[in-house]
Design a protein around this ligand. Structure first.
Ligand code: AMP
Length: 226
């Protein structure tokens, strides 16, 4: 049975890290719309050129563009056995479009990763990522990024252009306004679960796996809200 998973949660909640870990374990693709856009910016495609300024301000790229990107991506062969979407949907319009794309597939499992806002600001302002593969570099202070290389691929470490203080606050504002309503959109579904993302990573991973299993079986799940 295909596992079609979406990870909700604010920027800095750990969606990307947890999605990467889970995707590797289950052998299904992690589809991060943020990574796809950053790649498009790097290679200078038309979408990338238009998205860059929007991303640098912490705002959202248009629903039409994002829905088109995701439609094309989940249609590829490697997503037949399932996928993990990280960073999509981010608006109710995107969620409705995704429901349309899922009509002939297994129902979505929806996991909301919950983290208090003060912790998010702290995490985002000190986050360091690999310029090549996009993975987070743990325990590297921003002032040390020139000295250390990515432990996954050896790439150079950088601070994301949108992880500076003013853009972080804007992204959290946009999250509250446009993306938080998705919790109401999904929470009455039997396949919706919440996980406490403020715990250490391995505990989040454990609760996430349990919540996904529970959601798939339609049982009452673990987590802060079920
Ligand atoms: P992320 O890496 O998920 O934090 O995404 C980085 C930036 O890419 C966001 O702040 C948005 O500008 C843009 N972006 C990523 N995913 C979406 C989406 N589903 N809808 C609109 N904009 C997006």
């Amino acid at each position: 049975m295909a596992l079609n998973l979406i990870m909700l949660g604010p920027p800095g909640a750990g969606k990307g890290t947890q999605a990467a870990r889970f995707a590797k374990e289950r052998g299904i693709p992690k589809i991060s719309t943020g990574d796809m856009l950053r790649e498009a910016v790097k290679t200078g495609t038309e979408v990338g050129l238009r998205a860059k300024a929007i991303m640098d301000r912490g705002e959202l790229v248009s629903d039409d563009v994002m829905i088109g990107i995701v439609r094309e991506r989940i249609d590829r062969d490697d997503a037949r056995a399932g996928f993990i979407l990280d960073g999509f949907p981010r608006t109710v319009a995107q969620a409705k479009a995704l429901d349309g794309l899922m009509e002939t597939r297994e129902p979505l499992v929806v996991i909301d990763i919950v983290v208090p806002e003060s912790e998010l600001v702290r995490r985002l302002n000190s986050r360091v990522v690999c310029s090549n593969c996009g993975m987070n570099a743990e325990s590297v202070a921003p002032q040390d990024i020139e000295l250390v290389r990515c432990r996954y691929c050896g790439g150079r470490l950088v601070q994301r252009a949108d992880d500076n203080e003013s853009v972080v606050l804007e992204r959290l504002k946009v999250y509250r306004r446009d993306t938080q309503p998705l919790v109401d959109y999904y929470c009455s579904r039997a396949t919706f679960r919440s996980v406490d993302g403020s715990q250490p990573q391995h505990r989040v991973a454990r609760d996430l796996a349990a919540a996904i299993e529970a959601a798939r079986n339609g049982r009452v799940g673990l987590g802060v809200k079920s």
